[in-house]
Design a protein around this ligand. Sequence first.
Ligand SMILES: C[S@@+](CC[C@H](N)C(=O)[O-])C[C@H]1O[C@@H](n2cnc3c(N)ncnc32)[C@H](O)[C@@H]1O
Length: 264
Amino acid sequence: MDAVVQRTLTDLAAKSLPAGAAHYTAYVGPPEQYDLMGAAQFRLLTTLGLRDFHHVLDFGCGSLRAGRLLIPYLAPEHYHGLEPNIWLVEDAVERQLGADLVTLKRPRFHSFADFRAERCGVDFDFILAQSIFSHCGADLIATTLRGFRLALAPGGLALVTLLHPGQDGAAEFHGGDWVYPQSVAHAPRTFARIVAAAGLFCRRLRWFHPRQTWYAVARDPRNLPPRSFDRHLRGAVLNVPEWQASLSRSWDRWRRLVSAGGWR
Ligand SMILES: C[S@@+](CC[C@H](N)C(=O)[O-])C[C@H]1O[C@@H](n2cnc3c(N)ncnc32)[C@H](O)[C@@H]1O
């Protein structure tokens, strides 16, 4: 089907499109998970303590899966979304948020594509990068993390997802640049090395994801959620049966990685 026609489909008709298709609910991932992927991100941030006075950068915000929940919650001008494909933001505003809410909450949108988060501003309390590093070579992850270091407030936290080898049938990616809509995988050890080289610290979070793994990244290791926090994260899993199954599968895979020495 022609991309122009795809873009005009109703949300219901778009549910049968493949991920990456030219509809605002499909370009960013499986269209039937548009709602859940937004809820998962919003709930992770609020579980970690997000308040309305915090400043949030939604890096690669796409069609506002998380943004349509974050924008009403946050104070005016406290939501920043970076998205070079501006049609995604336009369609989400038209079909999910509405112009009145944009007028009221004045979200800030940026459209540059050089992966430099610091150009969006500094002192962000939270930076969200859901399903971004799963499309980046190690070179771009390094550039992005250097920008996160500059853009994060000293006590801020970045929440990012990563596809590991074996998750979703992926093998370790050795190329560079941006890959889309295919996903690429990086081993925990590779990611830990890139994080350390950027002068940052990270920790895997036991928050659910149907395909990937969540990490918290901070400038100061004392700002990473303590391990005891995993108890709360596990308890907050959405009650969606197929997600519960995928969580325990990915947790088993994670344990195998750990016992193979894949993580320190
Ligand atoms: C898999 S989608 C995830 C979108 C969003 N984070 C979410 O969870 O709904 C990846 C997004 O990255 C965006 N993107 C592409 N190039 C980018 C760049 N240079 N900088 C930031 N985002 C980019 C894509 O347009 C797409 O919206």
